[in-house]
Write a protein that binds this ligand. Structure first.
Ligand code: BES
Ligand code: MN
Ligand code: MN
Length: 459
């Protein structure tokens, strides 16, 4: 173990330069204009795995973007860790709001990251975090201190729904046999307050289309006498929350697992400063479901949000028009024991029901996934907790992640594998936003911690 840690220190600068190379490739999975870049990025991940010493490295073709696989089996009778991560990134838009180019990694010091942070799309989510595993593996392998078997499955479609990963896993059950899935794609509370997410919310994402008259109309000639799809859609969306910010969809909360008072108390023990939270976001107050704290609202309560809304005239100047159509994208975050299927069905039913006469409504489901809870009393959780305690000098607090990694529920249902979410980012690292960044402290802390996880888990 000492040898591996020394190797990490000796190769610090190269580990950073190699991450920079990966970040410079704009592997935006949602936009087909970047398909060639996504493919190039997969090849570079594979190259790094080979150079780190992985065997049977393969860039596996799918109907979408490739999945990179690699492994090191030192002894089949030892435990096996399956590392999952993603090399694809969110679109960089709106580009104008970036202070430095999104795909040119730039190190800047911030209040939260006094040792500097790498500003670039994907630096935290998930290239920086995924790459820590490749480098930690390299360090263990090159110093002959890998204590158990490892398999890597790094995908290129996480940010657009992982639609080909399920079929890939089901077709490769034997190859993916493991004892645990290890994932770094979540956050810690703060750099001086380590934590481990023990659950992720699920997701139902859909698009709605409201159609009124058969063509755009003069808003003076027809306005007031014909349903305006934008007015109607805005009213329908507004009605999805009541005055307490509860969601009004029939049966929406039917299967929601309510936490016990003890569980709620434990969850709220995590340090949280509402004023810092508001200050970071430049808002005067938080806003959400009555009766729950911010930690609960983002961790264990389901939500509904409009992610985009459009229709009518949005060009320069004005155009007096009553549009024929209006659209919105809507996401719902799900908690145990809601399912994507159930909630998509309930939303669709409710939304059709509340549509007034004079418009037609269509609901088109997109991707999604089910929520997961990972155990805190397992050998794997303890291995992660002890590893972080060793490198941070503090025992990590078990928390709940508000985001979704839809494939984690599938690992459990289809491969029978539990996951450990040992993430190293910060929620304030601007994931999916302009000026995404990842602390140098966090990158190196991850690389340092991962070998201890392997050591603990192998024992
Ligand atoms: N890494 C995130 C999920 C995440 C972030 C979990 C922070 C916990 C804390 C992941 O890449 C992501 O963005 N997932 C998407 C879902 C996907 C289907 C687009 C999400 O949560 O919106
Ligand atoms: Mn991610
Ligand atoms: Mn993401």
């Amino acid at each position: 173990m000492e040898a591996a840690q020394k190797y990490i220190l000796d190769n610090k600068d190269r580990f950073l330069n190699e991450l920079f190379e990966l970040i410079r490739i704009p592997s935006v999975s949602a936009d087909s204009a970047y398909n060639a870049d996504v493919a190039r990025c997969a090849d570079l991940v594979a190259k790094n795995l080979i150079e780190a010493g992985a065997d049977n490295v393969e860039v596996c073709k799918t109907e979408g973007h490739p999945i990179v696989y690699g492994e090191k089996i030192i002894n089949p009778s030892l435990p096996t860790v399956l590392v999952y991560g993603h090399y694809d990134v969110q679109p960089a838009d709106p580009i104008d709001l970036w202070d430095t180019p999104p795909f040119e990694p730039t190190i800047k010091i911030t209040e939260v990251h006094p040792q500097g942070a790498i500003f670039a799309r994907g630096s935290c989510d998930d290239k920086g975090q995924m790459f820590m595993h490749v480098k930690a593996f390299e360090a263990m392998n090159k110093t002959h201190s890998l204590p158990c078997n490892v398999k890597f499955m790094i995908e290129g479609e996480e940010e657009c729904g992982s639609s080909n990963l399920g079929p890939f896993c089901r077709a490769n059950k034997e190859r993916l046999k493991a004892d645990i899935v290890l994932i770094s794609d979540t956050s810690v509370i703060a750099n001086d307050c380590p934590s481990i997410d023990c659950g992720l919310r699920g997701l139902s994402y859909l698009e709605v289309e409201v159609t009124g008259p058969n063509r755009d109309l003069h808003s003076g000639v027809y306005g007031g006498a014909v349903a305006n799809p934008i007015n109607v859609l805005a009213k329908m969306i507004a009605s999805l929350h009541d005055e307490n910010n509860h969601i009004t969809i029939d049966g929406f909360y039917d299967n929601v697992l309510e936490l016990t008072e003890e569980e709620r108390t434990a969850l709220n023990l995590a340090p949280f400063s509402e004023s810092d939270y508001c200050k970071d976001l430049n808002i005067e107050a938080v806003y959400g479901e009555a009766g729950y704290t911010t930690i609960e609202r983002t961790g264990v309560r389901p939500t509904l949000d409009c992610n985009g809304i459009w229709g009518g005239y949005i060009g320069e100047g004005s155009k007096t028009v009553l549009p024929s159509k209006a659209f919105a994208k809507i996401s719902m975050r799900l908690v145990p024991h809601q399912t994507q299927e159930e909630i998509t069905e309930k939303f669709t039913h409710h939304f059709m029901k509340i549509a007034p006469q004079g418009v037609r409504v269509e609901v088109r489901p997109h991707h999604g996934g089910n929520p997961v809870v990972t155990p805190t009393d397992s050998k794997a959780y303890k291995a992660a907790s002890d590893a972080m305690e060793k490198t941070y000098g503090k025992k990590p607090i078990p928390t709940r992640g508000g985001g979704s990694i839809p494939i984690v529920a599938m690992f459990e249902s289809d491969l029978g594998l539990k996951s450990v979410l040992m993430g190293f980012g910060l929620d304030s690292d601007a994931l999916h936003s302009p000026n995404e960044h990842y602390g140098l402290f966090n990158y190196y802390k991850g690389i340092e911690t991962i070998p201890y996880f392997f050591e603990n888990f192998a024992q």
